[in-house]
Design a protein around this ligand. Structure first.
Ligand SMILES: Cc1cc2nc3c(=O)[nH]c(=O)nc-3n(C[C@H](O)[C@H](O)[C@H](O)COP(=O)(O)OP(=O)(O)OC[C@H]3O[C@@H](n4cnc5c(N)ncnc54)[C@H](O)[C@@H]3O)c2cc1C
Length: 556
């Protein structure tokens, strides 16, 4: 092998979930030449499977992880500014079923017990919310908490259990399209560092004498010589380390599932807020409005199967029963479920600790270079979606130190993708739409939809759509030219990329055989697929939807 056949990069990042993408963007912003690869699509691992909360982590107050709460609330506040197109305030209500319960258990947990039973009364929740307000003060974007008694609670949410004693309401945030935000981080990185590259559907195959081989799907293998490797493979971290010749036991993952319910009456009672509630076994569950459906989650079950993870019947039964207990005034059944998903939290290996109490903090141990592997490998363990920027900054600082490169820019105030120049007040929004109507010729109602979906990138999409775009069959809020724009600009490789990650068509329960066939045919035209490829994409999609998302579509 000659040196000419080897591509040199300062940093190779393996795994393009939110943590890998965050480090990629940060390093690129400092002018470092990076390659990021993912064996699947960008953001298709755990980063596509969260509860979609951008939150301070109220429950981490119980475990005394105050540093994590302080960091998370700050990061939440930054994301509300920097990614205002996809991260929105979320009023959150906690139904409380007792006054004094849980104080002793909470003290035991604070003192280090790893098995304390969970139950939280009004006094405890009130104390927690006051602390949460305190920690959320840095770069504050949202109002403080409030508490109301049983009568007000039942007036606000009539279907609530009569056992209700009080309702606490506070503000967190939600991310409407986490997969899109991951892609936007990568695209921002590529813009900042022209020598950098990003490859989805590209697996790391092995390492020899400091040369890592990566295999892009359907293409020639490439040989990469990095100075530093960042292993950001989430729950696959130990497997990737093994491929690099390292024996690690960093990860002790837990699986969490979610279902989406088509339940208009539940949405009416939620009235735009999330319910963050305790199930009978003391676990915290949540239900929130999401893309016109109700998102319910999640579980916390030790697991080491990231490639086949799916929501089981038992988990579904648990969700539905917990909702019935909390909201006896509403009916819940399996036929309301339109989509399901699951993922593995890449938590640190923590033998003997109850899954719910394993720390959600992050760490980045480095395995130093050796004779046979002349580059160090830093593994990104744990963390939350919310804290990716802080985690990325910490890892980037260490990498810059090793490379001897100065930091040029901080990321605290760096907007992400379509969050750049996002209008934040009603007046600014109207002015933005009016200006875009003039420059694109699109209707203002259409621009409003696109602005909510893509942020200020809406301008380019509206111009591409023209005055009278063709509505997408079975999803008239989307247009054929909108998908055409995505296919041309957003590195789509497979049909599932566009249906499950570039758009919310999958998770919002809108997929029909007709729609999938139409999108396959638009994709075939733009991406030059043969008719055989088009059919195999539909077949693969059908298997994926059935095995991973509980959705059975007959493509005939
Ligand atoms: C059920 C659940 C609910 C959650 N809810 C929230 C929440 O509401 N808010 C919050 O802040 N956090 C939440 N989290 C946590 C958050 O989702 C994760 O911490 C975060 O997404 C982890 O991102 P990551 O980049 O480390 O891993 P991942 O997103 O898993 O990325 C790893 C990537 O590595 C790739 N990869 C694997 N092997 C290879 C290989 N050999 N070659 C190349 N690439 C490879 C994978 O394809 C994958 O894309 C939740 C997690 C779960 C599971």
């Amino acid at each position: 092998m000659t040196d000419a056949e080897i591509d040199h990069f300062d940093v190779l990042i393996i795994g393009a979930g939110v943590n890998g993408a965050g480090v990629f963007r940060d390093l690129c912003a400092q002018g470092v030449k990076c390659l990021i690869v993912d064996k699947g699509d960008f953001g298709s691992g755990t980063s596509a499977a969260p509860s979609r909360l951008i939150h301070g982590g109220l429950k981490y107050l119980e475990t005394g992880e105050l540093r994590l709460v302080a960091e998370s609330t700050y990061e939440r506040n930054l994301l509300l500014k920097n990614a205002a197109h996809l991260v929105r305030p979320l009023p959150t209500a906690i139904p409380i079923l007792s006054w004094g319960k849980g104080v002793t258990a909470a003290l035991r947990t604070l003192l280090g017990s790893t098995t304390a039973p969970r139950s939280r009364g009004a006094l405890l929740v009130k104390a927690g919310l006051a602390m949460y307000d305190f920690y959320g003060a840095r770069a504050r974007q949202m109002p403080k908490h409030r508490m109301v008694g049983a009568r007000r609670a039942r007036a606000e949410i009539p279907a609530l259990t009569p056992r209700i004693k009080a309702l606490g309401t506070y503000y967190d945030a939600t991310v409407t399209a986490p997969e899109r935000l991951v892609l936007e981080l990568i695209q921002d990185g590529l813009k900042a560092s022209p020598g950098s590259e990003a490859m989805n559907w590209c697996t790391v195959m092995g390492q020899s004498q400091g040369v890592v081989s990566v295999g892009p799907e359907g293409g020639e293998n490439r040989r990469i010589k990095p100075r530093i490797v960042i292993n950001a493979a989430g729950p696959w971290i130990d497997r990737v380390n093994a491929v690099l010749g390292l024996d690690s036991r960093y990860i002790g993952g837990t699986k969490g599932s979610h279902v989406l319910l088509d339940h208009p009456e539940l949405l009416r009672q939620l009235n735009g807020r999330m319910l963050y509630f305790e199930a009978d076994d003391g676990r915290i569950l949540l239900v929130l409005p999401f893309q016109g459906k109700a998102l319910v989650g999640s579980t916390d079950i030790p697991s080491d199967e990231p490639d086949r993870v799916a929501c089981t019947d038992d988990e579904t039964t648990y969700f539905l029963q917990s909702l019935r207990d909390l909201l006896p005034g509403l009916a819940f059944s399996r036929d309301q479920i339109v989509y399901a998903y699951a993922g593995i939290r890449p938590l640190p290996n923590s033998d003997g600790v109850a899954p719910g109490l394993i720390s959600r903090d992050h760490s980045a141990p480095t395995d130093p270079a050796t004779g046979g592997r002349p580059f160090p490998v830093t593994s990104l363990i744990g963390g939350k979606w919310t804290t990716f920027r802080a985690f990325s900054a910490q890892v980037t600082d260490a990498v810059l130190d090793d490379l001897g490169v100065p930091r040029l820019r901080q990321t605290d105030d760096m907007p992400i993708g379509g969050g750049r120049d996002m209008p934040r007040s009603e007046e600014a929004r109207t002015a933005w739409i009016d200006a875009a109507v003039r420059t694109t010729g699109a209707r203002s109602e259409r621009l409003a939809i696109l602005l909510d979906r893509y942020g200020t990138t809406a301008h380019d999409i509206a111009r591409h759509e023209g005055v009278d775009p063709v509505e997408l069959v079975d999803a008239p809020d989307f247009t054929e030219s909108e998908l055409d724009w995505i296919l041309r600009n957003e590195r789509v490789v497979h049909l599932s990329d566009i249906l499950l990650r570039r758009t919310p068509l999958g998770i919002s329960g809108q997929l029909t055989p007709r729609l999938c066939r139409r999108v396959a045919s638009i994709s075939a035209e733009v991406l030059n697929w043969t008719s055989a490829r088009e059919l195999s994409e539909l077949a693969d999609l059908s298997t994926l939807l059935a095995e991973r998302h509980g959705l059975h579509l007959d493509f005939g």
